[in-house]
Design a protein around this ligand. Structure first.
Ligand SMILES: Nc1nc2c(ncn2[C@@H]2O[C@H](COP(=O)(O)OP(=O)(O)O[C@H]3O[C@H](CO)[C@@H](O)[C@H](O)[C@@H]3O)[C@@H](O)[C@H]2O)c(=O)[nH]1
Ligand SMILES: [Mg+2]
Length: 194
């Protein structure tokens, strides 16, 4: 089988928008599985990579989520704040460094030992981002900062503690509609609280 890189010949790259993040349109020829070359154009939205984490307490069977306003979800019909696992973009940090910093910023919990559980492309047809998923145990003594996010960046983040069963019920009834959060809660049900 031909290496994938040999099946792609980039023809042109046009930057459509370079404001907060980067939107490009790339035209390329792709070698189809039947041996013919086909010209295609694809837009890619590049906001870098990100990390997210499930904070869980095994003894109490609880998890920590955040609640915040997400304009893209609101404009697509979600008329409520979004319940999510803490998450952030990596910027120049490693995934582990980034998730510790985001967790402190968003929830106030200071965590040290994190376990990487998987990596995933969350919207591979259009968004380049790869998300790194972690889990870490917390207890109430780990909440050493206020959390809430960076107000000057527009963040206004509430921290919510739920039992795993309450969180799973919110997936079923539609109150939790964020992909990364659903993935981590199901991971917890399968592997952390089994
Ligand atoms: N001015 C401006 N600010 C923006 C824009 N888009 C995002 N921001 C701000 O940029 C910051 C990004 O915050 P992070 O905590 O680093 O990222 P995140 O938005 O929580 O992203 C996480 O969740 C996403 C949604 O699930 C994930 O896609 C991503 O990987 C990451 O895990 C936030 O303050 C947000 O308000 C924009 O277009 N303009
Ligand atoms: Mg965030």
């Amino acid at each position: 089988m031909t290496a994938l890189g040999e099946r792609i010949r980039v023809h042109s790259v046009v930057v459509l928008s370079d404001d907060w993040y980067l939107l490009k349109k790339t035209t390329f020829d792709f070698l189809r599985s039947d041996g013919t070359w086909q010209r295609q154009s694809r837009e890619t939205y590049d906001r870098g990579n990100g990390a997210t984490i499930l904070l869980y307490n095994r003894a109490r069977k609880t998890v920590i989520l955040t609640r915040q306003f997400r304009y893209p979800a609101y404009v697509n019909g979600h008329e409520d704040l979004l319940l999510e696992t803490p998450a952030g973009l990596l910027d120049a940090q490693s995934p582990e460094e980034a998730i510790r910093k985001e967790t402190a910023e968003e929830t106030g919990y200071i965590i040290h030992k994190v376990k990487k559980v998987f990596e995933a492309f969350m919207s591979p047809g259009s968004v380049t981002e790869k998300l790194y998923f972690f889990a870490a145990e917390y207890d109430s003594a780990a909440r050493q900062e206020q959390g809430g996010g960076v107000a000057s960046d527009g963040e206004d983040i509430e921290t919510v503690e739920l039992t795993l069963d309450e969180a799973l019920e919110k997936i079923a009834n539609g109150e939790i509609r964020d992909g990364k959060t659903i993935m981590l809660l199901q991971y917890a049900k399968l592997h952390l609280f089994a």
